[in-house]
Design a binder for this molecule. Structure first.
Ligand code: PAF
Length: 282
């Protein structure tokens, strides 16, 4: 038998109420589907630490700043369910759109600070869409814990700020980025890379790793960042949108190496926008 799929809030609430009445702790993995091994690692982390696990599948129109991107986003529910089947997931929540945005829906959640700069500077409205849907999914599922990948590091920090600010009683767990053997961070966008671009793509992670190690070893951040930018372009990327050193805790700009920090970048390769980040090793 496959994983039960519910599409309405009352059906979700009824399942969760039964679990909570039995004293069970609920973990949720919010996704937009098109699942890859990175998502599966989040589902495994949830399975290992929660009595019950919900995976949500919802392509959230409000977080797409580009209508073509939304139209092109793969909808692969059957394949997603099949990939999750061996992991012991208890429920898929694939809400009908009006369960998230009913007629008359008028609320937008904005997380100032965490949602500004980096991705926020290049994708207007994106993080308002993320914050709004994540707030809804956490409140709808009533999850005790939620799992997010470090690949979208700014999103992770934004969600942590969101739950603190709104007193949403869900503990947020960040999970390590899953990479291909050549270092490329897993992303549903990787499938859009042509073969020649796929061969170039690992240069982003490699440049970030090299720059992070150089900064940790004493190279001035400004110099290491400029070298990394040049290296990414020389490898064949078309443009680097941002490449910045930020404080790990709150993503404030920093040039210091005596506190946890990481490099974050976005770059274009043949019409595909890739993002990645690397912590400074200490
Ligand atoms: O990271 C994602 O896939 C999405 O931004 C999320 C958290 C599921 C919200 O739609």
């Amino acid at each position: 038998m496959g994983i039960p799929i519910v599409r309405t809030l009352p059906a979700l609430r009824s399942a969760v109420a039964g679990w909570k009445a039995a004293g069970q702790r609920v973990g949720v993995v919010p996704t937009m589907g098109a699942l890859h091994a990175g998502h599966l690692s989040l589902a495994r982390a949830a399975r290992a630490t929660s009595d019950r696990v919900i995976v949500t599948l919802f392509v959230n129109p409000r977080q797409f700043d580009n209508p073509d991107d939304l139209a092109a986003y793969p909808r692969t529910e059957d394949a997603d369910a099949a990939r999750l089947a061996p992991l012991g997931i208890d429920l898929l929540y694939a809400p009908d759109p009006d369960q998230i945005y009913p007629p008359g829906f008028a609320t937008t959640v904005t997380v100032a600070g965490a949602g500004e700069g980096l991705e926020g500077a290049f994708r207007p409205g994106h993080f308002d869409g993320v914050a709004t849907v994540v707030a809804k999914l956490l409140l709808q599922t009533g999850a005790d814990r939620a799992f997010f990948g470090e690949k979208d590091f700014q999103q992770l920090r934004l969600v942590q700020r969101l739950v603190r600010d709104l007193d949403i009683p869900t503990e947020i767990t960040g999970c390590a980025t899953v990479r291909e053997p050549d270092g490329l961070a897993l992303s549903s966008r990787n499938a859009r890379l042509a073969a020649a671009e796929r061969a170039v793509a690992p240069a982003l992670a490699a440049a970030l790793r090299k720059a992070a190690d150089a900064i940790a070893a004493g190279t001035p951040a400004e110099h290491a960042v400029a070298t990394a930018r040049a290296g990414i372009l020389a490898a064949g990327f078309d443009a680097v949108e941002y490449l910045e050193l930020r404080r790990d805790a709150d993503l404030a700009p920093t040039a210091r190496t005596d506190e946890p920090a990481r490099l974050l970048a976005a770059a274009w390769l043949g019409g595909v926008r890739l993002i990645d980040n690397m912590p400074l090793r200490r």
